[in-house]
Design a protein around this ligand. Structure first.
Ligand code: NCD
Length: 305
C-alpha cells in the first residue's frame, strides 16, 4: 500500500517532494476514472469548519462519500464552542468518539497542529488563517499538470492579495518543492508578502510587467475579512489597477491559462468575461480536481495508518 511520510496533512512544508507527487498521481488516477468505491467504506470522517466555506467543505464531503466513507459535519454555530467550551475540551470530546479522520478549518494559526497533538486519527488542514491551505495547493498542482501536461518548465504568476492568502503561501511552497518552476508574485505594496518571506520568486507591482512570459495566471481575492484595521481597497479602484482584463491577459504567453481558487469577485480581481472563457479558464477544473485531490489525501492518510 502507498504511504505518505506523514500521519497528518498540516501544511505543504511537512510533506516530502515524494509525498506531493504521490498525492498528485493518486488524484490524477481518480481523475482518469480509476475509482474504487469502497476504499473508505465503514470509515467515518468528521468535518469541523470553524470558518465559512462552500466548495472546500462540500469537496471534502463529496470526496469521502465517493470512496464509501460516511461524513459528519460538526455544526459549529450550534455547538458547545458557542457556550465557551475550550478548543482542548472540544477536541478531546471529538477524539473520544474515535473518528477515522478529522478535517478542520480554523482561522487561528496553530489550531490544526494542536488538533493533531490531541487526536489519535489523521488531521487534515482545510484552511488555516493566512498560513496554510495544503489541499488547495495540491489540487492546483494537479490542475496545472492536467492542463499543461507537465509539472515543470513553466512560469506562473500569482496575483492579488498575497499578504493575507493561505492559498498563495501553500502554492509557493509546493511549487518550490517541485522545482523547475518560475514564480512571479504580483501585488500592490500593501498586499505583498514580506520581503524576506520567500526566496527565488520575482515580485512585481503591476500585471503589465508581471504577466509577461507566464503560462499560468492565478488570481486571488482580496481577503477583506483578514484585514483588521487595515485600509481595505475600493473595488473599482482595485479593478482599474490590478484586475485581470482581456488586454492584460494578452500580455501573458499565448493560450496562458487562468486560475482562481474561488470564491471570486467578478470585476474586482478578475473580469467576468475571463472567468467565463472556456478555453482559458481552469476554474471549473480546479473544483473538479479538488474532489479527486481530497479523495487521494483522505484515502492515503486513513488507509496508510
Ligand atoms: C480560499 C480559502 O478559503 O482559503 N478558497 C478556497 O478554499 N477555495 C480562498 C479565499 O477564501 O479567497
Amino acid at each position: 500500500m502507498t504511504k505518505l511520510s506523514v500521519k497528518h496533512l498540516l501544511d505543504i512544508e511537512s510533506l516530502t517532494r515524494q509525498d506531493i507527487l504521490t498525492i498528485i498521481d493518486t488524484a490524477d488516477n481518480y481523475a482518469n476514472g480509476h475509482v474504487s468505491l469502497d476504499k473508505l467504506s465503514r470509515r467515518i470522517i468528521l468535518n469541523t469548519f470553524f470558518e465559512n466555506s462552500t466548495r472546500t467543505r462540500l469537496s471534502f464531503e463529496m470526496a469521502a462519500k465517493k470512496l464509501g466513507a460516511q461524513v459528519m459535519n460538526m455544526a459549529v454555530e450550534s455547538s458547545s464552542v458557542k457556550k465557551g467550551e475550550s478548543m482542548l475540551d472540544t477536541l478531546q470530546t471529538l477524539n473520544a468518539m474515535r473518528p477515522d479522520a478529522l478535517v478542520i478549518r480554523h482561522r487561528e494559526h496553530g489550531t490544526q497542529e494542536f488538533a493533531a497533538s490531541i487526536m489519535d486519527c489523521p488531521v487534515i488542514n482545510a484552511g488555516e488563517g493566512s498560513r496554510a491551505h495544503p489541499t488547495q495547493a495540491l489540487l492546483d498542482a494537479l490542475t496545472i499538470k492536467r492542463a499543461l501536461g507537465r509539472l515543470e518548465n513553466f512560469t506562473i504568476a500569482i496575483c492579488g492579495d498575497i499578504a493575507h492568502s493561505r492559498v498563495a503561501r501553500s502554492n509557493i511552497v509546493l511549487l518550490q518543492k517541485l522545482g523547475g518552476i518560475k514564480i512571479h508574485v504580483i501585488a500592490p505594496a500593501s498586499l505583498a508578502p514580506n520581503a524576506d518571506e520567500f526566496e527565488n520568486i520575482e515580485t512585481f507591482t503591476s500585471l503589465e510587467e508581471g504577466l509577461v512570459g507566464c503560462d499560468i495566471v492565478m488570481m486571488l481575492r482580496i481577503q477583506k475579512e483578514r484585514m483588521d484595521g487595515e485600509d481595505v481597497p475600493d473595488d473599482a479602484a482595485y479593478f482599474q489597477q490590478l484586475g485581470l482584463t482581456e488586454d492584460r491577459l494578452a500580455l501573458a504567453n499565448p493560450n496562458a491559462y487562468v486560475m482562481h481558487p474561488g470564491p471570486m469577485n467578478r470585476d474586482v480581481e478578475i473580469a467576468a468575461s475571463i472567468a467565463d472563457m472556456e478555453e482559458r479558464s481552469l476554474i471549473p477544473q480546479q473544483v473538479a480536481n479538488g474532489v479527486f485531490t481530497r479523495m487521494a489525501v483522505q484515502e492515503l492518510l486513513i488507509n496508510g495508518q
